[in-house]
Design a binder for this molecule. Structure first.
Ligand SMILES: Nc1nc2c(ncn2[C@@H]2O[C@H](COP(=O)(O)OP(=O)(O)O)[C@@H](O)[C@H]2O)c(=O)[nH]1
Ligand SMILES: [Mg+2]
Length: 259
């Protein structure tokens, strides 16, 4: 659950990557770890068993500061996908502020996706969270493989879906930032409607997203903040380009080990 620290001017959010075993949840975290500036992230904690499936969970803590010195911390978790780890999944889901559901695009995994989705809904209810209250973004990963659901099928799902859907090739980093960006935008809006973040802290949606994504570049050099929505592009009052340099120095202070 979101934690506010008024005196420290700090907000902490928990984001969970959920999905069937081997859909690419850990890979998403590994790519985020790679894309983020070392000053903005802690260590990526992954607990892998020999067969390459997550035993407990992975955790990547990340830290940002807005131009006005407001601190944003994100705790990015993955759940273990295998059937037998359902109790761990519930523990990890508890208190989530937003969920990225990583589905496997391969046709042969369609059922595993559906089962994981249903399991997630059940788990949310069991821990007392209404699935309708929590922002969810869906990622269809492994778009590079043969035997996947076609783009047209994904498009049809998108039309029916309440959640936004993003294609990805997480091993190459494609779609990873786009999915996180969309989820964080939904998460901000959800929290703002419940807790009035903008009024209470003067933290606008734009400042929130910009603090997180301004130093993140995709491997091809594209700026993530401008992805998908023009409204977040540069050039406003709040986060002047001039203030970015100062801020960056503060953000590069070591924060490793801080989870
Ligand atoms: N071809 C392909 N393989 C992927 C992709 N994303 C992840 N993988 C592979 O799928 C396997 C499982 O990924 P992992 O992130 O460990 O899955 P998790 O169980 O959801 O954490 C690993 O061998 C990854 O390298 C992708 O986009 N394309
Ligand atoms: Mg994993």
């Amino acid at each position: 659950m979101v934690q506010f620290n008024h005196t420290q001017r700090e907000i902490t959010l928990k984001i969970v990557f959920y999905g069937p075993a081997l859909s690419g949840k850990t890979t998403n975290l590994q790519m985020l770890h790679k894309f983020l500036d070392p000053g903005s992230r802690g260590r990526l904690l992954t607990l892998d068993t020999a067969d390459d499936r997550t035993l407990f969970f992975d955790l990547l803590p990340v830290f940002f500061k807005t131009a006005h010195g407001f601190k944003i911390r994100l705790k990015l978790f993955t759940v273990p996908g295998q059937v037998m780890h359902n109790s761990t999944r519930r523990v990890v889901l508890t208190g989530a502020d937003g969920i990225i559901f990583v589905a496997d695009s391969q046709r042969k995994e369609a059922r595993a996706n559906t089962e994981a989705w249903r399991g997630m809904m059940d788990n949310l209810k069991q821990i007392g969270m209404d699935p309708a209250d929590i922002p969810i973004a869906v990622q269809f990963n492994k778009r590079d493989l043969p035997g996947i659901r076609s783009d047209e099928e994904i498009e049809r799902l998108r039309e029916k879906s309440r959640e936004p859907i993003f294609p990805a090739v997480a091993v190459r980093g494609d779609g990873v930032l786009e999915t996180l960006y969309a989820l964080l935008k939904l998460t901000y809006r959800n929290l703002d409607s419940r807790h009035g973040i903008e009024d209470k802290f003067g933290l606008s949606e734009r400042a929130f997203l910009r603090a997180i994504f301004k130093n993140v570049r995709k491997p091809d050099g594209t700026d993530v903040v401008n992805l998908g929505s023009g409204e977040d592009s540069a050039g406003s009052d709040e986060d002047s380009v001039a203030s970015d340099d100062d801020e960056r120095q503060t953000e590069n202070a070591p924060r490793t080990g801080d989870a």
